[in-house]
Design a binder for this molecule. Structure first.
Ligand SMILES: [Zn+2]
Length: 221
């Protein structure tokens, strides 16, 4: 009889346990010179696509260990190491997004130092975004804002475990260093990418029919 009640108790407890986890906290860390308007727009972009909670951290200087003197820019993988060190149990940050308007680079195939829009560690906890190259091809203020949103959400997708997606137009398409690819993306995750994140985090991401750039950009301005 006692065993019966015990089992019943477990069953009831099991059925009342929350089915979905709480939304994670993304900490946005400005590093060095950065565009405050684009930072706020990126924040709104993460909230719109992922529905995560965001903490805007106070700015810090870019860590000198990441300085690459021959090209006068900052090595992204070293910035990721630095951001990893800022996250952790007592930080209150599940994921870190570093944000700068200085030029960042990494090694790509045979190219020792290749300038990039952003870099994220697959599975996290950190990614790094630079707006330095996002004004290319005489972009309007609006175009630069859209690109920044897409690059931040793309890098965060890597942090959430996603690899590149072969389908054109999806957020996780490999930009291959070309701003035209970023411009051709619609801003949403492909359905299978979205489902993979939902499984990983045990929560539902917002159901969006399209990425509402007007709402995100005007709401943050
Ligand atoms: Zn990527």
């Amino acid at each position: 009889m006692r065993l019966f009640f015990f089992l019943l108790g477990v069953l009831i407890f099991g059925s009342q346990a929350p089915a979905w986890a709480e939304a994670p906290v993304v900490c946005m860390q400005p590093l060095g010179k950065h565009d405050v308007r684009l930072l706020k727009i990126s924040r709104a972009g993460i909230e719109h696509l992922y529905g995560f909670r965001i903490r805007l951290l106070d700015g810090k200087p870019l860590p000198l260990v990441a300085w690459y003197a021959p090209r006068k820019r900052w090595r992204a993988e070293k910035l990721l190491d630095y951001l990893d060190g800022l996250s952790g149990h007592d930080s209150g940050c599940d994921y870190m997004v570093g944000f700068t308007s200085r030029d960042i680079s990494t090694t790509k195939d045979e190219i020792k130092d290749w300038g990039i829009f952003g870099l994220g560690t697959i599975g996290g906890p950190s990614c790094m975004v630079s707006t330095f190259r996002l004004g290319a091809r005489k972009a309007t203020k609006r175009k630069k804002a859209e690109r920044t949103i897409k690059v931040v959400n793309h890098e965060l997708g890597h942090v959430l475990g996603l690899f590149h997606h072969p389908k054109k137009g999806c957020l996780m398409e490999d930009a291959k260093g070309t701003i035209r690819t970023v411009d051709s993306e619609h801003g949403l995750l492909c359905p299978d990418s979205k489902a993979a994140i939902e499984r990983r985090l045990k929560l539902r991401l917002p159901a969006l029919e399209s990425f509402d750039f007007d709402k995100v950009i005007q709401g943050a301005d």
